[in-house]
Design a protein. Structure first.
Length: 85
């Protein structure tokens, strides 16, 4: 089950980038369905990193294609950061 805060942060970041779909779904592809280009992926990573309190400098989005992929990646990093503290 997705961490609600992470899921909400991902959706909020997509909306800040201008994704104007009625509903953001986990199965939607960031590039194909939501129109996120490579520059916006960098912005997306920065927004999500800030909203989730991640202290890592670079949120690696290599291989991330869908909203669910991004949520899963961020959740793992949040958990990893918690275990370090």
């Amino acid at each position: 089950m997705a961490n609600k805060h992470v899921e909400e942060a991902v959706i909020a970041a997509l909306r800040k980038l201008g994704c104007d779909v009625d509903q953001v779904l986990p199965v939607q592809e960031l590039e194909g369905d939501l129109g996120v280009d490579s520059t916006e992926m960098v912005e997306l990573a920065a927004l999500v990193r800030t909203d989730c309190g991640l202290t890592i400098e670079n949120l690696n989005l290599r291989g991330v294609r869908t909203v669910a992929d991004l949520t899963t990646r961020v959740e793992a990093l949040v958990e990893q950061q918690r275990s370090i503290r």
